[in-house]
Design a protein around this ligand. Structure first.
Ligand code: HEC
Ligand code: HEC
Length: 204
């Protein structure tokens, strides 16, 4: 039964050639598995200086490429995909196909960064929060983020994550690491913020 369903989806994708044909369930399962790919191909598959963008690729083409890769027939090392079955790869392809193409490596403030900061920082860095109260830093919007703290001023140097104290605040090892007293940001989130700053910290 499962095989038949998959075959149906495969045929359907093959004929329509579009990610729209993939159902939401497949896209969701694909998203969980695709975390692995974003290690090299950038947050949300937006690509990096050396790795292709996967976001917005035609999912049936991508699926074919991935299945060929497992046989050593692509630019990617074949062992990288060993742990995935063909149906895993189909779901991963459906996921990347469902995303919007961004152009090589472009991280978006609205899509990628704002949700992280809103969920992890804004509760304390808003008008009633203790973080805003102590430091003056308002993390409820782009302007507040770029303005910085009352004492130290700007924490983000557009174009240079290494020169941005914001990165220190989320990666330092002592008790002042943000989010204050909570679990650290995920590696993937830190990577997204780093790329976004390196790309100019735009309000995009
Ligand atoms: C350890 C790093 C790494 C991981 C993890 C990884 N890739 Fe790649 N991938 C590469 C490299 C390096 C290339 C070759 C350069 C390029 O085309 O991006 C590549 C190439 C590709 C290509 C282009 C292949 C071609 O011949 O056109 C696709 C598509 C791709 N990867 C998809 C994926 C998907 C989907 C995943 C997750 C299941 C994944 N990659 C995981 C490193 C990686
Ligand atoms: C649980 C509440 C809380 C959360 C969540 C939180 N902060 Fe804070 N933040 C604080 C407090 C409290 C301070 C003041 C710390 C101090 O100086 O003693 C602070 C201060 C700061 C400062 C200023 C440090 C300085 O040198 O003045 C920065 C930058 C900062 N937070 C960034 C963040 C970021 C980025 C996040 C989300 C990733 C975040 N915070 C999440 C409570 C929080």
């Amino acid at each position: 039964m499962k095989k038949a369903t998959l075959l149906f989806v495969t045929l359907f994708l093959g004929v329509s050639g579009s990610a729209v044909a993939a159902d939401d369930g497949a896209i969701k399962r694909g998203a969980a598995k695709a975390f692995y790919c974003t290690d090299c191909h950038g947050y949300n598959g937006v690509g990096t200086a050396t790795n292709s963008e996967l976001a917005g690729k035609n999912s049936s083409e991508l699926e074919k490429t991935l299945i060929a890769s497992k046989k050593g027939k692509s630019s990617m090392k074949k062992t990288l995909l060993d742990k995935f079955s063909d149906s895993d790869l189909q779901e991963i392809a459906a996921y990347f196909g469902s995303l919007k193409k961004t152009g090589r490596g472009e991280v978006s403030y609205a899509r990628d960064i704002d949700p992280i900061i809103n969920i992890r920082c804004a509760e304390c860095h808003s008008s009633e929060g203790e973080g805003k109260h102590v430091s003056g830093l308002d993390l409820t919007n782009y302007d507040g983020l770029m303005k910085g703290t009352n004492q130290g001023g700007k924490m983000i140097t557009p174009g240079s994550a290494i020169g941005s104290s914001f990165m220190v605040m989320v990666t330092r090892k002592d008790h002042l690491r943000m989010p204050f007293g909570k679990s650290p940001l995920a590696d993937d989130e830190i990577r997204a913020i780093r790329s976004w700053i390196d790309q100019g910290a735009k309000n995009n």
